[in-house]
Design a protein around this ligand. Structure first.
Ligand code: ZN
Length: 351
């Protein structure tokens, strides 16, 4: 089966995070694909299914290739691939099913040569990866290098990603009539004060330099009536950091102010040493196959690659070209699927 046929099949599964049956069915499909000649180990945690494929019983192949099979919600017609010229449109085409199809085909095509590799295919990246890649690594899987095919453009290699801290902060005040605010304690005021204080620790990212710590309020909620001093309020904050040290400092500051804090996400930075031998070889292979200069790039978001970084496994990201991720016109460029396949094959067979 060609990569594109595998991709079309994968797209038909409506694998949004709430549809655990489809998440199970797509893993059935992959399991079936590798039914002969492979070691396939299936996991399930909190209704999120995942799979590790290797050539032998080892839990520590030299290289892990990683992609995810879940998608963000899409419209009804988006779960059937539509090809227009070099573009294949569908929900999940680019994020991340083309990558999954590539590594599935590659694993099968290399079964004679048997390089020391393994695949991780998971179904919870869009909701944090805790029950996917993180869970798999906790089972004892490790490698010397990991390629997560979930970010990057023009075959450039991602070596850095920011840390992320998502918090829900609760403030408690004291209710009073709105005409006599001095008799109460306003919970919303407390959160506004906290936010102001926090903002002082962040400098604005400029047009020329976006590689800075950032803060964004995603949601705010509190109070019950216009004429009542709010006695409870909640603030959801999304903060991104270029270093773990900065992240931990802010976390501590919020805790010291006595708020009740719920940590929704606490992801460390990925900062892979670009002098690593695997990375340099991957760069060379990518440059030769794509016939261009490959640069080391960085991304602002947190991906499953962080779980490798957290466990001191050097990880990078590369993926086929595409666009419209999480939008209605998501697509992957068909010819770049082949380029990524060839880059990885060259890298894994070391020629
Ligand atoms: Zn993705």
């Amino acid at each position: 089966m060609e990569i594109i046929e595998i991709l079309k099949q994968l797209i038909r599964f409506k694998t949004t995070s709430n549809r655990s049956e489809d998440l199970s069915k797509i893993i059935d499909y992959v399991e079936e694909y590798f039914a002969k000649d492979f070691v396939v180990t299936r996991y399930e945690r909190r209704k999120k299914h995942s799979l590790v494929v290797t050539y032998d019983e080892s839990m520590s192949p030299e290289v892990f290739l990683v992609a995810h099979l879940d998608v963000v919600p899409g419209k009804e017609g988006q779960f059937e691939a539509v090809v227009k010229g070099n573009k294949l449109y569908a929900r999940g085409s680019n994020d991340n099913k083309a990558s999954a199809a590539i590594i599935m085909k590659l694993m099968k095509d290399l079964k004679e040569q048997k390089p020391s590799i393994g695949l991780m295919l998971t179904t919870d990246e869009e909701v944090g990866g805790m029950n996917g890649v993180k869970h798999l690594i906790e089972q004892g899987y490790s490698s010397k290098f990991a390629i997560v095919l979930d970010a990057g453009e023009d075959y450039n290699i991602i070596t850095k990603e920011k840390a992320a801290l998502h918090l829900k902060v609760k403030a408690i005040g004291k209710a009073a009539h709105g005409s006599k605010p001095w008799k109460g304690e306003n919970a919303i005021d407390k959160l506004i004060d906290l936010y102001r204080e926090l903002k002082e620790s962040f400098s604005d990212s400029t047009k020329d330099d976006r590689w800075k710590n950032t803060i964004s309020i995603g949601r705010i909620e509190g109070g019950t009536a216009v004429n009542k001093v709010a006695d409870e309020a909640h603030l959801w904050i999304d903060m991104r950091f270029v270093s773990n040290k900065d992240k931990n400092k802010i976390k501590q500051l919020i805790e010291e102010r006595g708020f009740e804090v719920k940590v929704l996400t606490d992801a460390g930075v990925m900062d892979t040493d670009p002098n690593n031998d695997y990375i340099n070889r991957l760069k060379k292979c990518a440059g030769e196959v794509a016939d261009k200069d490959i640069i080391f790039d960085k991304i602002h978001g947190a991906t499953d690659a962080r779980y490798f970084a957290d466990n001191n496994i050097p990880a990078v990201m590369i993926m086929p070209n595409g666009g419209g991720t999480h939008a209605d016109d998501e697509y992957v460029e068909i010819d770049s699927i082949d380029v990524i396949y060839k880059i990885l094959k060259k890298f894994l067979l070391n020629y």
